[in-house]
Design a protein around this ligand. Structure first.
Ligand code: PLP
Length: 433
């Protein structure tokens, strides 16, 4: 209550804007992703690693638009590319050389990518990847994992954050609707425990005639920002090969863990990869990349083709900003993220030593989960004391640092060592108090 009172005192203008928002947005929100209590700080600008909020406070950003700004806010190269394009028009309903260049860059980097198609969000990319996967395999059922978030498409909005006591057994979870208004799962979606090679094998062996798509987030963000066991991913690849199931890696976030994405880091190549966030340089984006024989199903030469239209697909603003961003993300930058991320996670682990707290993450990503349980799957992560996490997150915001209410964080190339030091000092004080 004290922390919330302090927050309200620091952010009166955000409080007033939130009250106004309540008259136009349901509950004051138009994006679920920022449903912070009592309200999120409204932002007026972002520069490098610092946001300025509506009350004029400087906030060091450790979330960077949900991990989508690897160069920070308003990076000069991105601003320059976008400004130049802005003056030439923002969308043409015609292809540009920029989209071609971004496509070529991504195909060169993503091991599974021979072809690519752009969309406007990660959610759309997942929706299209599933459509391609079902068309290629000729089978309707999607297998996803409990606790994995893949965006807002209906067929993946199952068992993202179910109450464990209402979600069946840990080894055979009951698909649980994440939203009102979904059609049933019947023949469309099955849910399995993450990181359990045995459960995966037994389910696929029994049901392979119906399974068209296996959808995996190779860095499971919502489960607890963990990388899966090697054996689990290798088993997934082997089973998909054996039964002709299309293996999709959702790398909308995970792509930032390495120059060649999570698949490069983990050494397992999917059939399709969904991308988003960082590849758009701060503009709305999604993409599905993968095997030519799968994605070529959308070629006009196909008799029964996969359709995929979109007014703003690969629009030139996204293409130039994405290209400027991705070109700046050299192998050296990824090595820097890895080194800084490792040092940061080590300091956080030292800080959390002896407390019921887990520090996870890879590359530029880090997370603190308030549980004494080592996290290997959703049920482990769901033991967390979320109220503690969100209180700590609000106290951090009072001190001028933005993480998610679940204490997920990320660094960008604009993040300085001094900011990391100040953040860790603030966190140490909050945890101690
Ligand atoms: N897939 C994953 C793994 C994500 O983390 C997200 C968004 O956070 C999405 C898909 C959806 O992307 P978008 O929010 O751009 O629709």
């Amino acid at each position: 209550a004290e922390i919330e009172q302090a927050y309200r005192a620091l952010t009166p203008r955000s409080g007033a804007l939130f009250a106004r928002a309540g008259t136009v947005f349901p509950g004051g929100f138009t994006r679920d992703a920022i449903m912070r209590k009592p309200y999120a700080a409204f932002v007026t600008s972002g520069q490098g690693s610092v946001l300025t909020d509506a009350d004029g406070r400087a906030i060091t950003d450790f979330w960077f638009n949900a991990t989508s700004l690897p160069l920070g806010h308003a990076h000069p190269a991105v601003v320059e590319a976008a400004e130049r394009q802005l003056r030439k028009g923002t969308a043409y309903f015609a292809p540009t050389e920029h989209e071609l260049a971004l496509a070529e860059l991504l195909i060169a980097r993503v091991p599974s990518a021979e072809r690519i198609r752009f969309a406007n969000s990660g959610s759309e990319a997942v929706m299209m990847a599933i459509r391609f996967g079902r068309a290629f395999s000729g089978r309707p059922l999607i297998v996803k994992f409990e606790g994995s978030y893949h965006g807002s498409y209906d067929d993946v909005s199952w068992s993202v954050s179910p109450a464990p006591e209402r979600a069946g057994s840990a080894s055979q979870p009951t698909p649980t609707a994440e939203s009102a208004g979904l059609a049933g799962t019947d023949g469309r979606v099955a849910v399995l425990p993450f990181n359990d090679a045995e459960a995966l094998r037994s389910f696929i062996t029994a049901h392979h005639r119906e399974i068209g798509v296996l959808l995996v987030e190779p860095m499971a963000n919502r489960i607890g920002l963990i990388l899966p066991d090697d054996a689990f991913l290798r088993e997934a690849r082997a089973l998909c090969d054996q039964y002709g199931i299309v293996l999709i890696f959702d790398e909308v976030i995970a792509f930032r863990v390495g120059y060649h994405g999570a698949q490069g880091l983990l050494g397992v190549t999917p059939d399709l990869t969904t991308l988003g966030k960082i590849i758009g340089g701060g503009f709305p984006v999604g993409a599905v990349a993968g095997r030519a024989d799968v994605l070529d199903l959308s070629s006009p030469a196909q008799r029964e083709r996969v359709t995929h239209a979109g007014t703003f697909n690969a629009n030139p603003m996204v293409a130039v900003a994405g290209l400027a961003t991705m070109s700046a993300l050299t192998p050296e930058v990824f090595a820097g993220f890895e080194a800084t991320g490792n040092a940061l996670r080590k300091r956080l682990s030292d800080l959390c030593e002896g407390l019921p707290l887990q520090v996870t993450g890879a590359g530029s990503l880090f997370k603190i989960t308030a549980t004494g349980t080592t996290i290997r799957n959703y049920r482990d992560g769901a033991t967390a004391n979320y109220a503690w996490e969100s209180t700590v997150s609000l106290a951090l915001l009072n001190a001028g640092f933005l993480m998610t209410p679940g204490l997920s964080g990320v660094i960008s190339t604009a993040t300085t060592q001094a900011q990391i030091d100040a953040f860790i000092d603030a966190l140490a004080q909050i945890i101690a108090s």
